[in-house]
Design a protein around this ligand. Structure first.
Ligand code: PLP
Length: 318
């Protein structure tokens, strides 16, 4: 259905996408090796790397250009002799960015030129709102380099099932991954049976879900545009949006809001942006919002956020 062509022996079932990421890092990295990621990024990547003494090599992107990738030259400047892989999330968490085909071609050229692995975390593949999506798995020139991370968690709202997979045609990598799989014995059989059944869900289900999230995306983007001093990107996929707020520190603001601010007994909570960065001091006035509520509730939440921003003593006018 997705134009990807993999054999059963290229696919290893894991305990969620998380274990697939852990196996990828374990198979690729010795202590001191580096994995390149684009900042801001999914915070757990830091944990998965630290477990094996691998380091995050963070390349900054910014809200100004919708968190798209820097130039080929700029990315190549960050590659060191210790760099083993480029890890990217497409569609992105926390940014909602969906990379263009030109960006994918550029990444493909870079990993092949520098003999790097490309770990493509595609767990949000179904959540794309403005046009087509191309999986890295449909680019045969990447066969030797590509490792795909997949999961049922987001696709079927089944995070608790703990079923994902790591996919690669690189036989040397597979030889290492199978050792990881044997050492952890098995991912849960009952969940595997359940997950297999989920894949028989009619396509109309995912179409409905996609339509609903697109509506939520449009709602939150429009609501945020009305808040003075708030800058947000225009997310094209996943279900998150990063916002830049006129505050001294988004974590302090989050705590202050929970402790001191409510309207008719209701308040809002969000993820402070700093945790999605590797570079110290980055993302201090940013937050990740997840648009996983009904549109009416999102409107209300953003209204409360706007009022909290007006009342917050640490507001900073820019
Ligand atoms: C949720 C998530 C995962 C993995 O979640 P699992 O429940 O372990 O499958 C991986 N990558 C990103 C970017 C995520 O948001």
């Amino acid at each position: 259905e997705k134009g990807m062509d993999y054999a059963i022996e290229d696919i290893f079932v894991t305990n969620g996408g998380s274990e697939a990421l852990i196996f990828a890092v374990m198979a690729l990295c010795d202590p001191g090796d580096e994995i390149m990621v684009f900042e801001p990024f999914y915070a757990n990547y830091t944990t998965f790397c630290k477990e094996f003494g691998a380091k995050i090599n963070a390349v900054p992107t910014s809200v100004e250009n919708g968190y798209h990738l820097p130039s080929e030259e700029e990315i190549e400047k960050h590659i060191t002799p210790k760099t083993k892989a480029i890890l990217l999330t497409n569609p992105g968490n926390p940014t909602g960015v969906v990379y263009t085909e030109a960006e994918q071609d550029m990444i493909s050229r870079i990993v092949r030129k520098h003999n790097l692995a490309l770990i493509a975390d595609e767990v949000y593949r179904e959540f794309v709102y403005d046009g087509a999506y191309r999986s890295f798995g449909t680019m045969p020139e990447l066969d030797d380099n590509l490792i795909i991370i997949d999961s049922v968690s987001k696709r079927y709202s089944a995070c608790g099932a703990r079923i994902g997979c790591i996919i690669s045609k690189n036989k040397e990598l597979s030889k290492q991954v199978i050792k990881c799989c044997q050492a952890r014995l098995c991912s849960p059989i009952l969940e595997q049976v359940g997950a297999a059944a989920l894949y028989t869900t009619p396509a109309s289900y995912l179409e409905e879900v996609n339509k609903e999230y697109k509506k939520r995306r449009d709602t939150i983007v429009a609501a945020l545009k009305k808040l003075p001093g708030v800058k947000a990107s225009d997310p094209k996929g996943a279900f998150y949006i990063m916002v830049n707020m006129p505050v001294d520190d988004a974590e302090k603001f989050a705590i202050w809001t929970l402790e001191n601010f409510s309207i008719d007994g209701e308040t809002v909570m969000f993820a402070p942006g700093n945790g999605f960065y590797n570079t110290p001091g980055s993302g201090i006035n940013e937050a990740r919002l997840a648009y996983v509520l009904k549109s009416e509730d999102l409107e209300r939440a953003i209204y409360i956020l706007g009022e909290a921003l007006k009342a917050y003593p640490g507001r900073v006018e820019k």
